[in-house]
Write a protein that binds this ligand. Structure first.
Ligand code: ADP
Ligand code: MG
Length: 700
């Protein structure tokens, strides 16, 4: 890249200090380079001319040849607008100006052929075009027209200050004139020929001034590939550097705990996916590098046993391990589960949460520090400074999306050198997204459910079917099953949501009166102890119906619960619906999920409900979710910077992403320091990108 591209934008012909300020503040364009990387949002056909009688109410931007035959001023609430009559031989439309009226009147020649271009509206029985672009037909003929004219991103301020799309195109033209032939190649020759990519300068030219559709596609492909290639290169390098720099604790042997458990106490055969994932983890733990692995697996895919067996590997090498979960309920469940699994193994396990009393706390601190305690399970309480391990070798985080990066890094500091880290999540994100967001973590996926799982029957019912639903509930309760009824609580403080919940609770109590029936209720406004008490009643089977807000969303395991009823299901996101449904189908019985909604449904809600009734594959659901909500929302603001791409689109371009990752990896496998002569251009570009911070935008 020539240094010239770092020239401040002020120096470009046609820009000047005022426009430069606007370009900087509105679009973040500081240099020539930034401007070149301002890619069009879309393209318009400027070879087509419309006749006025061809205009349709839904036409958007059109180009018409005709004459202005007169002006009038129309008073409006504030000030006045200028209206011009524009006609061709088939009809007339109105041109409208709200600003710059005097200048317009003075400069437009009446009854002279013009070409106008702009958006048309239908108003009061006539078409009008506000603030059209106007050009004398004579002059227009002298300009070459592209069949595809770039439309650049803009802002209201830019267009108000006269930096219209036409001006942007002019600026872009002068940029290409000044920097002619100076775009040096940024990808190695062998990639360009292998992938038949357009050379850099052709790609840049054609993305701004496409000669035809084919060249435009080629240009876009090349630029998207390049963008994704350097991001992947960055992520993979980060991972490599991490592995070479941060020494882990190698768990050299697989010892008695693991072998004993595997041979004698495994409660079921592992699925192939579980075995594969355990091998991947085993390999990491046995190496000299610190493990940083994300374990993705759908709800119920059996992540817990994988966590447990990984912990046994730590214990076999005389290290301690901990497991952190987002809620008290989940921690208790893990604790009980681990107790059961390790029943015959003679292992010390304790649980630490906000409600652990002082005496017990002190005992835990002591036995952790002297090494007697081998496994500690708990909530955020594990992160407190007072919690010191003698030799923590492995830290596992369950439902990692509930924790922030800061909390993860606190775990890092619990030993002289960071322990191995395994984060688990049941909110699958599509692989492509995982690849770009967690590209610096290694990823394991459990993509298989344990055998014999019955699929959950999912149906969508309208409020007017409520009587039938109640009858169904009664039948299931008669059979000895338990039922969840979940209400949305979008905002913790929403009084209206609480009212819905309480109304719902009361009508259920009326339908299912004591003493024959017992109903639990759990919501966020209750004291933790009360919540727990109610939850435990349901877990023990003392209550048949649990009315709740989404506090039960994560991880709760009550195998006898076989019906999940979700009220106002249209208000939940897909990920949440999927999580909620995952609370049932955990036992031997056929399970059901009933999505209750009103009749008024948005298009997105319909798609969500249709998706839920069609599939129970978490990854498929995540793909739909990603399409509906966009990547930023899914990852939360924290990580959305990763997706701040200039030309590529994570969703639409996932094939290009995959290919970019493949080639980046292939190159780094062969040449991790990018020292080969044929990789010189990669190293140079990569350094350049890091220097000018462009690439850091992508990395959180
Ligand atoms: P999640 O991945 O959602 O955390 P869990 O680890 O809680 O799932 O497992 C869900 C249920 O499946 C548990 O009751 C567990 O005992 C059971 N399970 C896990 N793996 C297997 C397997 N390979 N065969 C049979 N049941 C299994
Ligand atoms: Mg789990």
């Amino acid at each position: 890249m020539s240094a010239n591209l770092q020239t401040p934008i002020d120096y470009l012909k046609g820009v000047g200090p005022n426009r430069a300020d606007l370009l900087r503040s509105e679009l973040g364009i500081h240099t020539y380079q930034d401007l070149i990387n301002l890619f069009p949002n879309r393209y318009l056909d400027r070879t087509k001319y419309y006749k006025i009688n061809e205009l349709q109410r839904n036409s958007s931007e059109v180009q018409i040849i005709g004459k202005v035959t007169g002006f009038k001023e129309v008073a409006q609430k504030r000030g006045k607008r200028l209206v011009g009559t524009f006609q061709d031989d088939t009809g007339r439309i109105e041109l409208v100006w709200f600003r710059g009226q005097k200048w317009i009147r003075d400069s437009i020649k009446l009854n002279t052929p013009y070409v106008i271009f702009g958006k048309i509206n239908w108003f009061n029985g006539v078409f009008n075009m506000p603030h059209p672009e106007l050009e004398l037909l004579n002059e227009h003929k002298n300009n070459l027209r592209s069949s595809m004219q770039a439309v650049y991103p803009s802002t209201e301020k830019l267009s108000n200050k006269g930096i219209t799309n036409r001006v942007m195109i002019k600026i872009m033209q002068s940029l290409f004139l000044e920097t002619k032939e100076r775009f040096s190649e940024t990808l190695p020759d062998h990639l360009i020929s292998e992938l038949k990519l357009l050379p850099k300068s052709d790609a840049l030219f054609n993305v701004h001034f496409p000669k035809n559709q084919e060249l435009l596609s080629g240009a876009e492909f090349r630029l998207k590939f390049e963008e994704l290639f350097y991001i992947q290169l960055q992520l993979i390098l980060k991972n490599l550097i991490h592995k070479s720099k941060i020494k882990g604790f190698p768990f050299e042997s697989v010892g008695d705990y693991f072998n004993n458990f595997y041979k004698a106490h495994l409660p079921f055969d592992l699925t192939n996916a579980q075995k594969r994932v355990l091998k991947e983890i085993r390999q990491d733990l046995g190496s000299n590098a610190q493990m940083n692995r994300l374990l993705q697996g759908d709800v119920g895919s059996g992540k817990t046993i994988v966590a447990f067996m990984s912990i046994l590997m730590a214990l076999d090498n005389d290290f301690q391990a901990c497991l952190m979960a987002p809620t008290e309920i989940l921690s208790v469940q893990h604790y009980q589960g681990f107790k059961k699994l390790s029943n015959k193994l003679n292992i010390s396990i304790k649980i630490l949460t906000g409600s652990t009393n002082t005496l017990e706390r002190r005992k835990i601190h002591e036995s952790l520090e002297n090494g007697e305690l081998q496994i500690l399970i708990g909530t955020h309480a594990l992160l407190e400074d007072k919690v010191k391990f003698k030799n923590l070798g492995l830290a596992i985080i369950d439902e990692q999306h509930r924790f922030g990066v800061a909390q993860r890094s606190k775990l890092w500091k619990k030993n002289t050198s960071p322990p191995h880290i395994l984060v688990m999540t049941a909110t699958p994100i599509p692989r492509t997204l995982a690849m770009s967001v967690y590209g610096d973590l290694d990823i394991s996926i459990i993509d298989e459910l344990p055998p014999g799982r019955q699929s959950i029957k999912t149906v969508h019912r309208y409020d007017k079917n409520r009587l039938k639903v109640m009858r169904f509930m009664r039948d299931e309760v008669e059979k000895g099953r338990q039922i969840y009824v979940v209400y949305p609580l979008i905002q913790e403080s929403s009084a209206l949501d609480y009212k819905d919940l309480m109304d719902g609770y009361e009508s259920i109590v009326r339908e299912f009166p004591q003493p024959n029936y017992q109903i639990s209720i759990v919501h966020g406004k209750m004291k933790p102890a009360d919540k727990d008490f109610e939850m435990q009643r349901f877990v023990k089977g003392e209550t048949q119906i649990m009315v709740a807000t989404t506090v039960i969303e994560v991880g709760v395991n009550v195998p006898n619960a076989s019906v999940m009823i979700i009220e106002s299901a249209e208000r939940f996101g897909l990920a949440q619906l999927h999580q909620l449904r995952g609370r049932v189908g955990r036992g031997a019985e056929q399970s059901y999920c009933i999505l209750m909604t009103s009749h008024k449904l948005s298009q997105d809600s319909k798609t969500r409900l249709e998706t839920m009734t069609r599939t129970s594959d978490g990854f498929e659901i995540a793909e739909v979710d990603l399409k509906l909500r966009g990547p930023g929302d899914i990852m939360g603001t924290q990580q959305s910077g990763v997706l701040n791409l200039k030309i590529a689109n994570i969703i639409k371009d996932k094939d290009i992403l995959q290919s970019a990752r493949f080639y980046a990896k292939r190159i780094l496998d062969k040449d991790p320091s990018l020292g080969f002569p044929e990789h010189g251009v990669i190293l140079k570009t990569y350094r350049e990108l890091s220097k000018y911070k462009n690439i850091w935008n992508y990395i959180s």
